[in-house]
Design a protein around this ligand. Structure first.
Ligand SMILES: Cc1ncc(COP(=O)(O)O)c(C=O)c1O
Length: 398
């Protein structure tokens, strides 16, 4: 076989696959309503675009240091101090080509063959595949729907072993929108501090997208001893509608950051220089667009939850953050795909929905929960009304 064992077991990201199929149908003239997107539908704010153009026009088009330009690392360190109460030296920050790249580099830097990575379910699609590439074993801890898709300290404790190297936490969550309260985080922190080998990956990429009275606290800020045991991940992608610019970052203990930097120096080198300038403007410039987008998402969230809960065979928890609903559609799957078996029933359901009524939603099996599907509300209110009316009518006809 020509393909390495390391990559042969990988599957293409299911979220990207759904988007690609919907795009191809659209290109062929089909009136598809898409709920697959994992990115804001707003344009990147003008001040950020201007900063990038200025960078290009002024010749800022060459290599920067592999782990990012000093001004951006300093701005990220300052952001962590002001917004998250975390004190990092700029040397403890690595700028990467998106949050995904930062997570991947960190796993490569930490994992040896046979190490275990604890991944709460439902999980963001890429975590298990990243662990696979690093020849590590994913250990799934179920975030039960009855517990708002969150894991409990008891379940976490039961999953930790001497081989646990990484514990991944992502809140607000993709795909469920679940956000832990500070008390819940403290209870998880109490379990983790007793396992000194385990390093926490706190994926805080949706930090700014919280609704109602949900509170945010960075995991590393919970206990002083966690500072040396936590990597904090973030990116400009979701917060500033900059998914295509590919700038993310990670901060943590200096030795680990050095290893990630070494790896980056031999793989991507620096993230695109002009995009770093744009990210700098995003982080230090006018922040009003962040709140504007959040408020718009909030309106759509409430409407989507209302419409989903009115459908037969569908129940939907109100997401506390991010821009996804993750309804339980087990009842609807049983009606639409009565013959579907195994643990990809949600995929059969989503395929049928796309084919029959041209509505693109993402199967929960890609996130480790086959009773659910994911719908992004990072799309216009008009699309939400139109697509969900189609879905409602379809499910009622079954
Ligand atoms: C939970 C989570 N982490 C990380 C990422 C990676 O984001 P990006 O690489 O676009 O910065 C995403 C994107 O969908 C995500 O949902």
């Amino acid at each position: 076989m020509r393909i390495s064992k390391r990559t042969a077991g990988l599957t293409a990201s299911i979220t990207l696959a759904v988007s690609a199929k919907a795009k191809a149908m659209k290109a062929a003239g089909v009136d598809v309503v898409g709920f697959g997107a994992g990115e804001p539908d707003f344009d990147t704010p003008e001040n950020i675009k201007v900063a990038a153009v200025k960078a290009i026009n002024s010749g800022f088009t060459k290599y920067t240091p592999a782990t990012g330009m000093p001004e951006l690392k300093a701005a990220v360190a300052e952001k962590f101090k002001k917004q998250n109460g975390l004190t990092y030296d700029p040397a403890q920050v690595v700028i990467a080509c998106g949050g995904k790249h930062a997570l991947f580099g960190a796993m490569m830097a930490l994992l040896d063959t046979g190490d275990e990575v604890i991944i709460p379910t439902p999980y963001w699609v890429s975590y298990p595949d990243m662990a696979t590439v690093c020849e590590a074993r994913s250990v799934f801890v179920e975030g039960r729907e009855t517990n708002g898709f969150k894991i409990t300290p008891a379940d976490l404790k039961a999953a930790l072993t001497p081989r646990t190297k990484i514990v991944i936490l992502n809140y607000p969550s993709n795909p469920t929108g679940a956000a832990y309260t500070v008390a819940e985080l403290e209870a998880l922190a109490d379990v983790i501090v007793k396992h000194p080998r385990a390093i926490v990956f706190s994926d805080e990429i949706y930090e700014q997208l919280l609704y109602d009275d949900a509170e945010f606290k960075s995991f590393a800020a919970l206990r002083p001893e966690l500072m040396d045991r936590t990597l904090t991940f973030n990116a400009v992608s979701k917060t500033y509608s900059m998914t295509g610019w590919r700038i993310g970052y990670v901060a943590g203990p200096a030795d680990i950051m050095k290893a990630i930097g070494n790896l980056q120096s031999h793989s991507t080198s620096n993230p695109s220089s002009m995009c770093q300038k744009a990210a700098l403007e995003a982080i230090i410039g006018d922040q009003s667009s962040v709140e504007m987008m959040r408020q718009e998402f909030d309106k759509r969230r409430l409407r989507m939850v209302e419409l989903l809960n009115a459908m037969p065979g569908v129940t939907c928890m109100k997401p506390a953050g991010a821009f996804y609903c993750f309804p339980n559609v087990a009842g609807a799957i049983a009606k639409v795909c009565p013959d579907a078996e195994g643990n990809t029933r949600s995929a059969a359901f989503c395929d049928k929905i796309l084919e029959d009524i041209h509505v693109a939603i993402v199967p929960g099996c890609g996130f480790g929960n086959d009773d659910c599907v994911r719908l992004s509300f990072a799309t216009s209110m008009a699309n939400i009304e139109k697509g969900l009316a189609r879905l409602d009518e379809y499910l009622r006809s079954k």
